[in-house]
Design a protein around this ligand. Structure first.
Ligand code: C2O
Ligand code: CU
Ligand code: CU
Length: 460
């Protein structure tokens, strides 16, 4: 079986051939990301068989600058294939890291050079899109921070990468997925972490202004979050600055954050040394639990949230609703289980889900999609209909969109790349199709994605 045979057609083939991306590693070692197995003390014992970018630490936060070129060489030392995706970045299609759709999988001892210039500032993240379940569940999910060119006025910054692991009491991995879970809400981890810590505590100056970047990189869990002992407001959502006043979540009405989503808070640290602000999660069958604490140190520097100027908006085009053509998408069960065909990128072995009644039976499948063909530069409304009782964080690569309305609730007008769909919800989103290419469009519950709830949208 030759890897090139999985390509989608001549258009995709031409763009993949043109990449020269399978060249061997070279370049700045600081920019080289080496996929390797790792060990870490998640519980009392060492958990082995993790996947990270160093042997004994979580995947690092990658920093870039809005409008400045980045060059990230991904080198794979694992026997399994991979491909790296930069979630939320509106970059050229051939750098998007989706196997068979935008590039060939990266084999053992192979490298791929990702070069792009992030157009937007904000909080993003990276994860593999090949062997997705396997590599993500074992640890390979990292945060990307794209800084704005101007100083945004904070004294400090705290990145929180939220994710679960599914371990037995000796810290050994349990199977990451189950058929039962994949067909329903997904299979949940049982060890909840922030930056791989069960009880993360970070020190920041008392009375200082901290930009708290919270990212849900879990394969399954929709976190229910709020802050305690903190004066704070939400300043960005899924990377993009929030231009309206959104209410702060509370214990009674927590923030629902689906896999793939990010929220940035401007937070003022407590004034008294030793006092902590807490990011608190609510888990089924448990009390509220602090996922991470920010502990005040030293004498208060007495900053005020009102000293912060609003963030500049990102240059994402706003759709023209008068001109927008409508496309509809139905997310639900699959009518018949198509045979999974994942090439070198792993299969869970089932098809349970579908988009527009067609399951995407694997990364390497041919003849499925595109789900829609959009004309470059035009505005579109996509009507998303969840016909299932389960929640789905629906994610579109390469384009930013604006949620317009829902049949169940009022949606704030945000700019985003991932929208959480509730049971039986119908959401209209709008976008400008301004980035050409084949853009993956899928649920970010990985068991749903990998058992059919996936496809792609073509912008020509
Ligand atoms: Cu964060 Cu297609 O993924
Ligand atoms: Cu993505
Ligand atoms: Cu889903």
């Amino acid at each position: 079986m030759k890897r090139r045979e999985f390509l989608f057609g001549s258009g995709a083939a031409a763009s993949v051939m043109g990449l020269g991306g399978l060249s061997l590693a070279a370049g700045d070692p600081a920019q080289e990301l080496v996929l390797q197995s790792a060990s870490y003390r998640l519980l009392d014992q060492l958990t082995t068989g993790m996947v990270s970018l160093s042997p004994d630490a979580p995947p690092p936060v990658l920093y870039g600058q809005q409008g400045e070129a980045m060059r990230l060489t991904v080198r794979n030392t694992l026997p399994d294939y991979t491909a790296m995706h930069w979630h939320g970045l509106r970059i050229p299609n051939e750098m998007d890291g989706v196997p068979y759709l935008t590039q060939m999988p990266i084999g053992e001892d192979e490298s791929f050079v990702y070069e792009f210039t992030p157009p937007d500032a904000g909080t993003y993240w990276y994860h593999p899109h090949c062997m997705t379940m396997d590599q993500m569940a074992h640890g390979l999910t990292g945060v990307m921070v794209i800084a704005e060119p101007e100083d945004s006025g904070f004294d400090g910054e705290q990145v929180i990468n939220l994710r679960d692991f599914r371990l037995d009491e000796d810290g050994a991995f349990l199977p990451a997925y189950t058929a039962r879970g994949a067909a329903r809400a997904g299979t949940f981890g049982n060890v909840q972490t922030a930056n791989w810590q069960s009880e993360a505590i970070y020190d920041h100056a008392a009375g200082s202004l901290v930009r708290l970047r919270v990212v849900n990189t879990d394969t399954t869990r929709i976190y229910k979050l709020h802050l305690e002992e903190a004066e704070a407001r939400i300043i960005a959502w899924d990377g993009h600055p929030v231009e309206i006043d959104v209410s702060m979540p509370t214990a009674a009405e927590p923030l629902l954050m689906g896999p793939g989503q990010r929220v940035d808070f401007a937070l003022r640290m407590p004034d008294d040394e030793g006092q902590s602000a807490a990011l608190v999660g609510k888990f089924p069958g448990q009390k509220h639990r602090a996922m991470a604490q920010l502990r005040a140190t030293g004498q208060s520097i007495a900053r005020d949230l009102r000293e912060l100027r609003p963030l500049n908006s990102n240059p994402a085009a706003r759709p023209d609703l008068n001109q927008a053509e409508l496309h509809e998408f139905v997310f639900g069960w699959t009518p018949e289980g198509g045979a999974p065909n994942d090439g070198f990128c792993g299969s869970l072995g089932y098809s349970f889900w579908s988009i527009n009644r067609t399951p995407w039976p694997g990364d390497a499948v041919q003849g499925t999609g595109p789900l829609a063909v959009l004309e470059r530069g035009k505005s579109y409304v996509l009507r998303l209909r969840n016909e299932s009782p389960n929640l789905h964080p629906i994610h579109l690569h390469g384009l930013a969109f604006v949620p317009l309305k829902s049949n169940l609730r009022k949606l704030p007008p945000l700019v985003t790349d991932t929208v959480l769909m509730l049971k039986d919800e119908i959401i209209d989103i709008a976008l400008v199709a301004d980035n050409p290419g084949d853009w993956a469009f899928h649920c970010h519950v990985i068991e749903h994605q990998k058992t059919g709830l996936a496809g792609f949208i073509r912008v020509v």
